[in-house]
Design a protein around this ligand. Structure first.
Ligand SMILES: Cc1ncc(COP(=O)(O)O)c(C=O)c1O
Length: 390
């Protein structure tokens, strides 16, 4: 009896054979998030660690959102409102669209997957840019669609490249503006050019996760183009300027018909009750959102100055992070910073072997980053520049 139970257990642990898993899934690699603070503390025996790796809001969440969250906590025994009515209503009013044009997701990440589930059949084509946000390609692959990555040119979007790959099989063109990890934007004239070349069977996914941080006058508001009836699905999030990344809540805006299809494939209670309450309250806290914008802009300027002074090349960007080229192997610089208790994002995975993505922190954190990086780069110089290349 015991032997057969053991045999069964072995069978279970071997199960499933790859042949039983959908082809699309066997080729997937899971998303690699930045290292959590607790892990770095454990690994390096540190008590203080700062994370500048995931483009979170350095000011933290809005106090108004926190109060709403505390109030909502008393109702945690109840299921959330599955339709996120109040939040969708609040968003629609603020944005000047109909509530039927708004969907709420468990982070905008979830919405990317829902879009893929609604629009992609095996063999359909999805186009995005590299280096760029990896979730568009991941969602395409889950559905067995083909994903094409166009190269950014000097870290800018290139539409000539797009024109060459658009085909009758193109279903989605996905881009983030500002882009992650470059921080660069799609300008108004580029957006209009793109919409003109978009084939009738294709939808533009315009991801404005960092849109609130942009000051440039040539930055288009995607909402204007949704309202004008273009084939755009806009993605926005409460994770960045609103400082609610831990609650996982984002939203999409599009035509009522497109949003209706997305509603059909989401989980019944995809946005939890605390997230809905906090997000709605955060919308009303204009002061916190404005302070977050100012902090990002000032931090960007401060970091750009300090980094440039130490010989690090900074890609001019518009978001709450910077893409920088230290000239030395990113994993090594990353590790050197980790030892000093600072987590950044090494960018070799984006095809940028000497680049780091650094989120703007508080003024104190930014200062610590510059000091620590100066030390790490001094070590790199000693190792690579004086004793001959490794
Ligand atoms: C471009 C871009 N889009 C979407 C997201 C996901 O945001 P959310 O936290 O709403 O899932 C991120 C997160 O970093 C991002 O960089």
């Amino acid at each position: 009896m015991q032997t057969s139970a053991m045999a069964q257990l072995k069978n279970c642990s071997d199960w499933p054979d790859e042949a039983l898993v959908r082809d699309a899934v066997t080729h997937l690699t899971p998303y690699q998030p930045g290292m959590p603070v607790s892990e770095v503390k454990r690994k390096y025996g540190l008590t203080e660690v700062i994370k500048l790796a995931s483009n979170e809001n350095a000011l933290g969440p809005s106090p108004v959102a926190l109060r709403a969250l505390a109030e909502a906590a008393g109702q945690l025994h109840m299921y959330p409102d599955g339709s996120s009515y109040d939040l969708r209503h609040g968003l629609a009013k603020l944005l000047g669209v109909h509530m039927d044009q708004v969907i709420v997701g468990n982070g905008s990440d979830e919405l990317i997957k829902l879009i893929a589930e609604v629009f992609l059949n095996p063999g359909d084509e999805v186009i995005s840019w590299q280096p760029g946000f990896t979730q568009y390609g991941w969602a395409a692959h889950i559905m067995g669609a083909n994903h094409f990555s166009l190269p950014m040119r000097d870290f800018q979007y290139g539409l000539a490249d797009l024109q060459q790959v658009l085909s009758p099989a193109t279903r989605l063109v996905c881009l983030a503006s500002p882009n992650n990890p470059t921080g660069t934007i799609l300008t108004r004239s580029q957006l209009e050019q793109l919409l003109e070349m978009l084939p009738a069977q294709a939808l533009l996914i315009l991801d404005e996760a960092y849109g609130e941080f942009v000051d440039r006058p040539d930055y288009p508001d995607g909402l204007d183009y949704v309202k004008a009836g273009h084939r755009i699905l806009l993605l926005r999030t409460f994770s960045k300027v609103y400082g609610l990344a831990g609650l996982r809540i984002g939203y999409g805006i599009g035509s009522p018909a497109a949003i209706d299809y997305l509603q059909r494939v989401r989980n019944p209670f995809n946005a939890n009750s605390l997230a809905q309450a906090a997000a709605l309250a955060a919308l009303s806290d204009k002061e916190h959102a404005q302070a977050s914008r100012i902090a990002a802009r000032q931090g960007r300027t401060y970091l750009t100055g300090g980094l440039t002074e130490m010989g690090v090349k900074v890609v001019p960007g518009e978001a709450n992070f910077l893409l920088v080229d230290t000239g030395y192997p990113a994993p090594e610089v990353f590790e050197g910073l980790l030892r000093q208790g600072i987590i950044v994002r090494p960018c070799q995975g984006f095809g940028l072997p000497t680049y780091l993505r650094i989120s703007v922190g508080t003024p104190g954190q930014n200062e610590m980053l510059l000091e620590a990086l100066a030390q790490v780069l001094a070590d790199c110089r000693r190792k690579y520049d004086y004793s001959g290349k490794e």
